[in-house]
Ligand binder design. Sequence first.
Ligand SMILES: Cc1cc2nc3c(=O)[nH]c(=O)nc-3n(C[C@H](O)[C@H](O)[C@H](O)COP(=O)(O)OP(=O)(O)OC[C@H]3O[C@@H](n4cnc5c(N)ncnc54)[C@H](O)[C@@H]3O)c2cc1C
Length: 509
Amino acid sequence: MIFEFFHVKHVGCVRFVCAACNNSPMNHPATQTLLSELTTLLGCDQVLSEGDLSSWEQDWRKRCNGRALAVVRPGCTEEVAGVVRVCSRLRAQHPECGLSIVPQGGNTGLVVGSTPDESGQQIVLSLQRMNSVREVDVENLTLTAEAGCILQSIQDRALALGFLFPLSLAAEGSCTIGGNLGTNAGGTQVLRFGSTRDLCLGLEVVTAQGDIWHGLSGLRKDNTGYDLRNLFIGSEGTLGVITAATLKLYPLPAAQLCAWAAVPSLEAAVTLLGLAHRCLGAGLTGFELMGQFALHLVDKHLTRLRVPLFRSAPFCVLLEYSDDESEEHAGHRLEHLLVLAQEQSCMTDAIVASSLTQARQLWHVRESIPLAQAQEGQNIKHDISVPVSGVAEFVRVTDALIEAAIPGVQMVNFGHLGDGNLHYNVQAPASMDAALFLRDHEDLVHRIVFDSVHAFGGSISAEHGVGSLKTDDLTRYKSPVALHMMGAIKQALDPQNLMNPGRVVKLPR
Ligand SMILES: Cc1cc2nc3c(=O)[nH]c(=O)nc-3n(C[C@H](O)[C@H](O)[C@H](O)COP(=O)(O)OP(=O)(O)OC[C@H]3O[C@@H](n4cnc5c(N)ncnc54)[C@H](O)[C@@H]3O)c2cc1C
């Protein structure tokens, strides 16, 4: 057999292709065996290899179009294990076929981690059919859900039982808890409740060998060796397939209030955050920052939304307070904070939502920023974090560097200021075509922003993960010791490189 190299552009990896099967994975003898065995295992309705597979093959931002060998949709953990075992065996027998597995939940990820590459050698393993809540333990305050449960359905289930499941993000109507765990998703409540990993007590995982790890513990204390759960959380499908999780529930607050404040500067927003921490304690459950240009885009493109207070302030803040006593008590504490903030000049104006509907409308404005910027045209995106104390200086320094390199750029700046996490996006100058701006300047802008993040001791990916978009950047900014340990973990748990290769850590295929 003759093997030759070819490059897969968007993941930048090099791989062997068997010339004997005419460079088409579909012609490889292993493929027919694979499809036939998977069909026997799952039934022909759940193994899709023909027709329109684009909803599984294209990423959410429509930046990459992959090609799947097949999309498989197991309905239970044993079937997931069966799929992985078949793939692992065929991969061992035919290493040249390059067969690998891409786990997929809601496919809302933003770093191209859940779609296949262009090789046609990867199967998409969709968890969508595994969407049951297996158990609720109200005394232990836990809920055990299968990986394909939509996040919103878990929130709703918790609410119906009188509890809160606090993970919340704009994609919650489509993303799955498996994907949230796979990416260690953040969202708007991290400030109080932490990221997804902080909300998870146990996992059930199918390993890269097709074994089932029954780690669905509801224990809050368990110091019996390495933390395997936290190894799989945030591994973006590169170490195994999460099939179920035991999640933490919280009591519902007695009252929840939102305020929208205009602030005179980013420094003032950080001062207001400190004040809010001191005045509201653990009741401060959200603190979102929105730059004036980001809000201008919402006002321009989503005309039925009313965007408050943004015309005269460079930044606005959306602040959420949850109170365990009563609405009246909540109102007093929030009012006290706002009075102090005005006295200390870290806020120029504010409105307080007087009903749940008004609070939802304010959150809706914040969550509509990604849509509004998409309607304005593509821009260069970053999901970065720096220590809260360095946010204002980071933005000042980095804005200046970008403006010097490309005069006239417009900054779409918003994010979870309470976590030091900014979606620091760069829009083309008004006179420049957005697509040309991306083509000509994306690499340069990424380099400026990431170098600056690095200098400020920050992270180049605060909550979206690495996927295939940021693997090269990771190599540049992560320490060699950290990269070596990550590679060793991947090698130990998935020596065949079967699980989502080319994502997070790069090993030869
Ligand atoms: C409008 C919008 C707003 C967003 N806001 C936020 C936000 O505020 N915070 C945030 O963190 N993210 C945000 N995201 C990104 C995205 O929603 C999250 O990354 C989410 O957790 C992905 O879930 P998913 O089910 O769609 O996963 P997918 O996109 O399907 O997969 C994401 C990654 O997880 C892996 N994976 C999926 N399921 C499993 C599994 N069962 N086992 C192992 N690996 C798995 C995939 O292989 C892939 O690498 C946003 C996205 C959109 C579109």
